[in-house]
Design a protein around this ligand. Sequence first.
Ligand code: HPA
Length: 245
Amino acid sequence: MLAIMGGTGLTQLSNLEIVRREVARTPYGEPSGALTFGSLAGRQVVFLARHGYGHTIPPHLVNYRANIWALKHAKATALVSVASVGGIRADLEPGVLVVPDQIIDYTWGRKNTYFDGGDEPVRHIDLTHPYDAALRQRLLTAAARAGEGAVDGGVYAVTQGPRLETAAEVNKLERDGADVIGMTAMPEAALARELDLPYAAINVVVNAAAGRASSAEGIRFERIEDVVQESMGRVRHILEALCQD
Ligand code: HPA
């Protein structure tokens, strides 16, 4: 069963035929909301809105451990994350979809592991490739089949938020090799790996990162809202195509 984690702009999947909702309890507390089970293009899917169904949970307060644990224990066999990002690279303009292949983690103070001491022996996971290669490929193929362009590969810088970055910070992230900036891919990707849940993402570029050419006058939030609305329809198409493969 495919799990979909919806980010900003995707608090519900309008093309999902909902069968039931389930409030999950986990050893790590409560997930961001009830798990929504349903079918998408005839395939069983479980959906969760990362920031809560009312979009009230900021990135640094999302209970990532509970979210991933709940999806794994709902018998998800793969997790696709949908997340809005700012574009650093010039060609990654608002409206562009990216299937990232790397992550740099700048977050701090988040509960970022299930291996937190106690009786369990220490485990170090291999995160060389934080996104699952096969699932990435399926996403790219689905995007092509849906007739939606998606950029293959990109480095996602994960900032702490909830504030956006300064222009100098964006320059630093670019020097570090980042292509897009968001606030949620970590610890999500690492936790999914700890539970052996294949994880890949569709990023929606919703703004040019702070200080970049087209945002010279500052970041315009009304414009972001428009891009989010338009782009999430395309993401829904891709997810539908993914369910048909
Ligand atoms: N920075 C960080 N996170 C984001 C941005 C951004 O510019 N846009 C959407 N999520």
